[in-house]
Design a binder for this molecule. Structure first.
Ligand code: P6P
Length: 328
């Protein structure tokens, strides 16, 4: 991966410190992948007796994955702060952060409810830079809009371990080669098809949805005799990373809308370390990412664990959903 990142020195020069940080993140993903694949032997597939800031019971591997990210991201002396799904407070690494220092936001193990049933899970990360010198104790400094991200990526721990990254000039996919331990470029310049016939939503929440989402879903399942005039397929893997990777690979649209069950919390998915990185990746691959009314990357965060509605994927379908929200 390093040779690939260095090769981009021409068109879009990457700071050497950013390359080192990305290598540390890639190492985190390799270590987490190894821990997961050995989880059953180490009796680590189960839950702890603690809950995270999200109010979710933490899996042992959630805690381990968080520790791995913290340990490796702390290597770089340009990392000023870490924001983790698994930790309530902002983790400041420097007493006097400097302009240009990195802010790293991550969900160390997304979809961990899939672990004990051996389904795909992943890690999601986002990197921004401090715009100005600040007092380390000022947590508001990490509340940057998604459009400020300089890098975003995720790793899928599935049949193979993939690492997908954007640094603002397209999206590239790497696969972990077990023999050498390298992440080798296997999916250069990933592009999301403009149209799709595949949608992903947790349909068990149908009665909770707002009208525009029900309208979209009803029309998809109405098939060729319905208003869309074509049949759709549905997928739901309860792992955002796996859904996004499928969409990057063959197209599709993913929805986790605000509904009557999560409206008080603002939605289900978290803005800083789920929606923002995935929105940057999807847009860089030619897709779109909105809340139904706003472009996700334009949102000004109000807290570092803020939740938002998420609709992302093939541009044509996201446009249909935006229109239905406007009509409503
Ligand atoms: P549900 C995993 O917990 C997650 O945050 C996303 O990765 C995933 O898309 C969603 O929640 C699954 O939600 O309603 O299926 O439990």
């Amino acid at each position: 991966m390093r040779e690939f990142l260095l090769s981009k020195q021409g068109q879009h020069p990457l700071d050497k410190d950013l390359i080192f940080l990305l290598e540390d993140i890639a190492t985190s993903c390799r270590v987490i992948s190894h821990q997961i694949r050995g989880g059953a032997f180490a009796g680590q597939l189960g839950a702890t007796d603690s809950t995270n800031v999200q109010g979710e019971t933490q899996k042992q591997l959630d805690v381990i994955a968080n520790e791995v990210f913290v340990r490796h991201c702390s290597n770089c002396n340009r990392v000023a702060a870490l924001v983790s799904e698994e930790v309530d407070e902002v983790y400041w690494l420097k007493a006097r952060p400097q302009p240009g220092d990195y802010l790293v936001y991550f969900d160390p193990l997304d979809g961990s409810s899939n672990l004990d049933v051996n389904l795909s899970v992943g890690s999601i990360f986002s990197i921004s830079q401090l715009p100005s010198a600040i007092d380390a104790s000022d947590d508001r400094s990490v509340l940057l809009a998604g459009s400020a991200q300089i890098c975003a990526g995720y790793s899928v721990y599935g049949p193979s371990t993939s690492l997908v990254i954007t640094t603002g000039s397209g999206v590239n996919g790497f696969t972990h080669q077990q023999g050498t331990g390298e992440f080798r470029l296997t999916f250069p310049d990933m592009v999301i098809p403009e149209t799709t016939s595949e949608f992903a939503i947790n349909a068990s929440r149908y009665t909770l949805w707002e009208p525009p989402v029900r309208r979209y879903y009803d029309e998809c399942i109405a098939g060729t005799n319905g208003p869309r005039g074509k049949t759709f397929n549905m997928r739901w893997t309860a792992s955002m990373v796996a859904e996004v990777h499928r969409i990057l690979t063959r197209g599709g649209v993913f929805l986790y809308p605000e509904d009557a069950g999560n409206a008080d919390a603002g939605g289900k998915l978290r803005l800083m370390y789920e929606a923002n990185p995935m929105a940057l990746i999807v847009e860089q691959a030619g897709g779109a990412a909105t809340t139904g009314s706003d472009r996700i990357l334009d949102l000004q965060p109000s807290s570092h664990h803020q939740r938002v509605p998420v609709i992302l994927g093939s541009r044509e379908e996201v446009d249909v959903l935006n229109r239905y929200h406007r009509d409503a």
